[in-house]
Design a protein around this ligand. Structure first.
Ligand code: HEM
Length: 135
């Protein structure tokens, strides 16, 4: 029986390739943000050293996609919306985040059906984080 015929659906975490797949997505996302001048405004919001962000994003996405929740538990809980409150996220920096993530999703060969779902969910999240509607 193939995976698609079993009764237990695989989680997005498994579909993306488990720990290694999620880590790769986070790495490629920050590589793209760092290298592409189109994302300058977004890059400028971050510390020069992106290493802690690579680990944090991989840890968050692991739990968010249905994998182990260790990263969140080690912090004693985590709210993605509160964490981004007060950053002054604008429509521009939100669009940049989503564009960089879309490129990362495409470059890491995420299965197409999952890529569509991720895009929808991340777009909702990213748009909800916009606080400064002027930019
Ligand atoms: C909407 C546009 C977004 C912008 C402009 C943005 C910006 C940032 C910035 C500047 C930081 C670093 C904060 C610091 O150094 O203190 C950060 C951290 C983080 N962001 Fe975002 N972000 C956005 C959306 C998202 C989304 C949609 C997710 C999750 C899917 C996400 C996940 C994270 C995580 C996990 C951290 C690390 C938090 C920590 O370690 O405490 N971000 N973000």
């Amino acid at each position: 029986m193939s995976d698609s015929e079993t009764l237990t659906p695989t989680s997005p975490f498994e579909q993306i390739g488990g720990e290694a797949g999620v880590r790769r997505l986070a790495e490629v996302f920050y590589d793209i943000m760092d290298a592409n001048p189109d994302f300058h405004a977004l890059r400028a919001m971050h510390e020069p050293d992106l290493a802690p962000m690579r680990t944090a994003l991989a840890g968050f996405l692991t739990a968010w996609l249905g994998g182990p929740r260790d990263w969140i538990e080690q912090r004693g809980g985590f709210c993605i919306m509160s964490r981004h409150a007060g950053m002054g996220i604008t429509a521009i920096t939100s669009r940049q985040w989503l564009a960089a993530m879309r490129q990362a999703i495409a470059r890491t060969g995420t299965p197409p059906a999952l890529a569509v779902k991720l895009d929808q969910a991340l777009t909702r999240l990213g748009e909800a984080m916009v606080q400064d509607r002027r930019g």
